[in-house]
Design a protein around this ligand. Structure first.
Ligand code: 1HN
Length: 354
């Protein structure tokens, strides 16, 4: 959209703009307030994907293309305001991947870091950097930037997970690299299952440690342990008015988010809990892991309400006021670009009274 109010522009100025345009120059004063807005302007809209509506299409995709042919059989969650751009938020990718028994998704690596949040099924593994982990529903698994990874399903039913990637940050900086499985190193299992959990997942860290990535060395944050932590903590009754009981998935070496570019959280809202209105600069994707409730986004005429149940996915844009209500005990997983906002110093949040 061009914002030049040409009918108001003095002809001398218009003529000047035309001439400087030929030199690839333009007047900032015509666009300054469009560029530097008083508050965030979001290109995306809030949206809900109901798992029950998605699942049949995932199964249909299985009949139309093999995992081998697709490389990754993923249905992209497209923000309705940005069709064709493979964006769930401006900066993040979201998609649902399905893998059938006996299938493998061949090794590859890319600069984009990825998370998997397991929705359904069992018997599939992912291997990252030479170590396998079998995934179960609710597990949060990470693939650091430029690590070889592949998936396989040795179980008896389909397995579905959510893929979240820092895709559009990498694209913004034009720093995308990808490598296929031609290399010998690709997908070779070099460490026993459970190795990283033993080294880094027991509140212990090796004194002599060669691990140097900024991403967490723990690559499967298992749901049984996560759920147990929430259940134990709820007894202390320390509910945040804005978040209920909310924990971040942390890198045990640094205390940072598990993936530096993607902030990830798990939160418990007990039955009947209503969070106080809240907004932040991070556009956020929520997944209902258990229970049910609703999310109210926006203000006044533009208010939208999304009722969710297990495995439904809701996206909330930057700076839109948001609150949740739990109709029953609810567990929400979420991911956003908050970690980048914080590291670069432009993170903002606003907490309202209930
Ligand atoms: C990817 O490599 C995976 O490895 C999943 O499972 C989703 C979406 C965009 C680009 C690469 C995977 C992806 C992806």
């Amino acid at each position: 959209m061009t914002v030049h109010a040409t009918h108001n522009i003095d002809p001398a100025r218009r003529e000047f703009y035309r001439r400087i345009g030929e030199r690839n120059l333009a007047p900032l004063w015509e666009v300054l307030h469009k560029l530097v807005t008083a508050t965030p302007e979001t290109a995306i809209v809030p949206h809900l994907w109901r798992y029950a509506e998605l699942k049949p299409h995932l199964l249909e995709a299985c009949e139309l293309i093999t995992a081998k042919e697709a490389e990754r059989r993923v249905l992209v969650l497209e923000n309705p305001a940005l069709p064709g751009e493979s964006r769930i938020t401006k900066s993040l990718f979201g998609g649902l991947q399905i893998i059938l028994p006996g299938e493998i998704a061949a090794p590859h690596r890319h600069t984009q870091a990825a998370l998997r949040f397991v929705l359904e099924g069992e018997g599939a593994y992912t291997s990252v950097d030479g170590e396998r982990t079998f995934m179960r529903p609710g597990d949060f698994v990470i693939t650091p930037s430029w690590t070889w990874h592949d998936h396989g399903n040795v179980g008896t039913g389909p397995m579905v997970w959510l893929d979240g990637l820092d895709m559009h940050m990498i694209k913004l900086f034009e720093a995308s690299f990808r490598e296929g499985s031609g290399s010998d190193a690709a997908g070779r299992v070099s460490r026993p299952e459970g190795d990283s959990e033993a080294r880094y997942g027991a509140n212990l860290l090796p004194v002599e440690d060669s691990y140097r990535r900024p991403t967490s060395p723990v690559f499967n944050y298992r749901y049984d342990r996560t759920r147990e932590a929430l259940e134990q903590m709820r007894r202390e009754n320390e509910w945040s008015p804005w978040h209920g009981l909310k924990l971040k998935y942390a890198n045990p070496k640094t205390g940072d988010y598990a993936i530096p570019t993607i902030a990830t959280f798990i939160q418990l809202l007990p039955k009947g809990f209503k969070t106080a209105p809240y907004r932040s600069t991070a556009s956020t994707v929520f997944v209902c892991v258990e229970g049910g409730g609703k999310t109210v986004v926006g203000e006044g005429e533009a208010t939208r309400t999304f009722a969710w149940g297990p495995l439904d996915i809701v996206v909330v844009p930057s700076w839109e006021i948001c609150r949740h209500e739990a109709a029953e005990d609810a567990v929400l997983f979420s991911y956003s670009d908050q970690g980048v906002h914080e590291k670069l110093g432009f993170w903002r949040e606003e907490k309202f009274d209930a």
